[in-house]
Design a binder for this molecule. Structure first.
Ligand SMILES: Cc1ncc(COP(=O)(O)O)c(C=O)c1O
Length: 397
């Protein structure tokens, strides 16, 4: 018998609305033809992986040394952890070592390891809303409670709101920047205010929350934007990330956890995450792609083509009279549901479907009244969607 909690979750309306939309898209494409369906439902990067990644794949595949497909220490290969220490060290303006890194099965397993490692029954994880929908499950998997704090109108951090819900139950604050679904990058000033509030709270209550930064979109930024580091501002900080989006290899499931060396229990934290990776059944990150990213982590895809698609789609939304937040990074547009729909994002996404536009309702991301368009699709799909958006926005039913 399926556990009642899981049964209830999989049968709930919001459970897998994005995946459902994606699967419906496949059916609709069969019915109406590929070019007639405008599928903005899933954040599946469509750029090819950079040349350096493809070359590294060929090189690693030629390794015939004895044991190269075997187990390795659960935290990962030494050379890969060293490479990640160099990567995160540069991004966080902090010197990291191999011992500060655990290789994981994508950012998803990194988050699950972290939450398994730090959460006790009833502990809370504070998250600014909107947020990546899977966080709900990653936290509840380990008896934790996700505490949603609505962001400000411009999707910046609501520092007072976060301060109000901090308590002795707060195990962590989880931020994702650039953000899925909004494309917002939290500024240095926002990070400073947040870390100041966390330090004040932690000192007063004797439990310093972890600041978990989920950064798989760090490299995908526009208009010269940069993602500010958190390690120099807050000791108990952790970065989780993956190469799913920036190197366009989401199916290869390669990611990592990197802890701030100044964290109060940095060494134990890494031991705990390594243990959790093993006992969650991942055992270790994929051997092949650990070797690939050790050689190619510094490569960049042509993110300007995402910027171009963002601009194309924004122009279409302007013509359709739809309001949106201008993304600073990632590849999502978070769009306001027209007023006549009274914030009913699910109904509006169903309405868009009639025009063969597939999108994701904002409610799944903890923000009703909006919907998400993933513009990591072909330029042709975006250009051809113009008429459908204009008609859908005009035709209010
Ligand atoms: C914000 C965010 N975090 C984590 C993940 C999971 O990434 P991965 O595929 O590396 O597990 C995603 C995937 O879309 C994401 O958008």
């Amino acid at each position: 018998m399926i556990a009642p909690k899981i049964r209830q979750t999989i049968n709930s309306k919001g459970a897998s609305v994005i995946r459902k939309m994606f699967e419906e898209g496949i059916q609709l494409k069969k019915q109406y033809g590929e070019d007639s369906v405008f599928d903005f439902s899933l954040g599946n990067p469509d750029l090819d992986p950079p040349r350096e990644v493809l070359d590294a794949i060929v090189e690693v595949a030629q390794d015939t040394s004895h044991g190269c497909h075997g187990y390795m220490p659960n935290a990962g290969y030494s050379e890969t952890r060293q490479a990640m220490a160099e990567k995160v060290g540069g991004e966080q303006q902090t010197k990291l070592e191999e011992k500060n890194v655990v290789m994981t099965v994508g950012a998803a397993s990194a988050l699950n390891c972290v939450f398994k490692a730090i959460l006790s029954e009833g502990d809370e994880v504070i998250v600014p809303a909107p947020f990546f929908a899977e966080y709900r499950h990653y936290v509840s998997n380990f008896g934790g409670k996700l505490v949603e704090v609505p962001a400000e109108k411009d999707f910046s951090l609501n520092i007072c709101g976060i301060e109000k819900v901090l308590s002795e139950k707060t195990a962590a604050v989880l931020i994702n920047t650039p953000n899925n679904p909004t494309g917002k990058i939290y500024s240095e000033a926002e990070i400073s205010s947040l870390t100041a509030v966390l330090k004040k709270h932690g000192t007063a209550c004797g439990r310093m929350p972890y600041l978990v930064c989920d950064e798989p979109y760090r490299a995908i930024v526009y208009d010269g934007a940069e993602v500010p580091p958190v390690f120099p501002k807050y000791e108990n900080s952790v970065v989780v990330s993956s190469f799913a989006k920036d190197l366009s290899i989401p199916g290869e499931r390669i990611g990592y956890i990197a802890v701030n060396p100044a964290c109060e229990d940095a060494e134990e934290f890494i031991s705990a995450c390594t243990f959790c990776l093993r006992t969650l059944g991942c055992v270790n990150a994929p051997a092949f792609f650990q070797k690939v990213v050790a050689k190619s982590w510094n490569a960049k895809a042509d993110y300007s083509s995402y910027a171009h698609r963002r601009d194309l789609l924004m122009k279409i939304l302007d013509k359709a009279g739809l309001e949106y937040f201008r993304p600073q990074g990632a590849f999502y547009l978070f769009v306001k549901v027209p007023e006549v729909w009274k914030e009913d994002d699910s109904a509006f996404c169903d309405h868009l479907k009639k025009f063969l536009i597939l999108s994701a309702p904002g409610g799944g991301f903890g923000k009703k009244g909006y919907f998400r368009l993933a513009y990591c699709v072909s330029e042709k799909t975006i250009i051809n969607s113009e008429k459908a958006f204009i008609q859908a926005a005009k035709n209010q039913e």
